[in-house]
Design a protein. Structure first.
Length: 341
């Protein structure tokens, strides 16, 4: 563990890969932890297919994972920059910070690495609706893109489709209203999946749901029905009388909240918001000095690829500024002591 890296990046999704690229191009000794099979499977990065809300992304089948692979390939093929990067195909299990401000990161094989600065880019995950106690039935449709999670990315898919949100909180109702206003789908529904709607106390929201003729279906979702081409066709719903019926739907947005992958930040004592995101200053530095956060996990930002990129660049440039400043101070004080001596 003799080497101390300038910058350690945790996570290799949208924010982590951009942070790594910036750090290497800034000529910093960089280490990146790409995550494990488990962290990849539960990351948003893996679920992003074709992206149409960003220029330059249209040709990618798997927008984030393809562009991350290309980024690694470019660095690894570069004679000079390849020497700047160490990649670890594992997840980080713990991070601690010593009195001098040096971080020690431990992977799942108990290997330890040290760094002066850390960029945490472990992301978040959307909570999936449970169907008869399991999230498995929804996954093939999420994979296919009939179940979507991001209005800014995929909201346009409701055009000419029977559309829905899934959830019982006010977000499910507000998103249904927004989709009606933006795209006027032929039918809009809210599936509360057996739970009582929680927005009824909001008079304006309830009125809008009524005005846009949004159908609220409170029965439990029993199963998902597809057409011959395996496209989403309907939810089988259990009604109050205990009978079931098919409720057509072609595109649906679960709006059930998020799981924030904030354990490493929490364990270091960083300040966390109510939703689980990490609070930072405008450069992304958390309440723990030298420990930065970029991507969906940072509080108060859009959950988008281009935002993740910009956050990562801002954070790494701030680390770079601090590293250069410290180098300058050491240089100047060395010159000073020679002059005085
Ligand atoms: C279905 C879907 C479609 C989307 N479509 C779009 C779109 O069209 N346009 C758009 O701009 N955005 C889109 N988004 C949003 C976009 O995916 C996120 O904003 C973006 O991925 C956030 O980047 P991130 O780096 O914060 O997290 P992620 O990209 O999810 O990356 C997190 C990384 O951290 C790793 N990790 C986790 N824990 C650890 C650990 N302990 N140690 C090491 N590594 C770890 C994971 O393995 C993963 O590699 C979409 C999201 C979803 C779910």
């Amino acid at each position: 563990m003799s080497e101390i890296y300038d910058i350690a990046v945790i996570g290799a999704g949208a924010a982590g890969s951009m942070g790594m690229l910036r750090a290497v191009l800034n000529n910093r000794k960089t280490i990146i932890f790409k995550g494990s099979k488990q962290t990849n499977k539960r990351s948003r990065a893996l679920w992003v297919r074709k992206v149409v809300n960003m220029p330059l992304m249209f040709d990618k089948k798997m927008a984030i994972t393809d562009s991350v692979k290309e980024t690694f390939a470019w660095i690894e093929g570069h004679e000079y920059f390849s020497k700047k990067l160490t990649s670890v195909n594992d997840e980080v299990k713990t991070v601690i910070r010593d009195e001098e401000g040096i971080f020690t990161l431990e992977d799942s094989n108990a290997n330890k690495y040290q760094a002066k600065y850390v960029l945490l880019a472990t992301g978040i995950m959307d909570i999936q609706p449970e169907i008869q106690g399991s999230i498995e039935p929804i996954l093939p449709y999420a994979n296919k893109g009939d179940i979507d999670y991001c209005i800014r990315c995929d909201g346009h898919k409701v055009i000419n489709k029977v559309a829905a949100t899934i959830g019982h909180g006010s977000t499910a109702a507000w998103v249904a209203v927004l989709l009606c206003e933006r795209y006027s789908p032929p039918e809009m529904k809210i599936f509360t999946n057996g739970k009582a709607p929680e927005w009824l106390g909001d008079a304006d929201l309830s009125k809008l749901v009524e005005l846009y003729k949004i159908k609220v279906i409170t029965g439990e979702i029993l199963s998902i029905i597809s057409d011959e081409a395996k496209n989403l066709k309907a939810f089988q719903i259990k009604n109050a009388e205990g009978e079931s019926h098919e409720e057509p739907v072609q595109v649906a947005f679960p709006m059930l909240g998020q799981i924030a992958y904030n354990e490493l930040a929490k364990n270091l004592g960083a300040e966390i918001s109510e939703k689980g995101n990490v609070k930072t200053n405008e450069k992304g530095e958390s309440s723990v000095s030298g420990f930065y956060v970029a991507g969906d996990l940072r509080e108060g930002k859009k959950y988008q690829i281009y935002t993740a990129w910009d956050m990562a660049v801002d954070s790494v440039d701030d680390m770079d500024f601090k590293l250069r400043n410290s180098h300058r101070r050491n240089l100047l004080s060395a010159v000073d002591s020679v002059v005085k001596g």
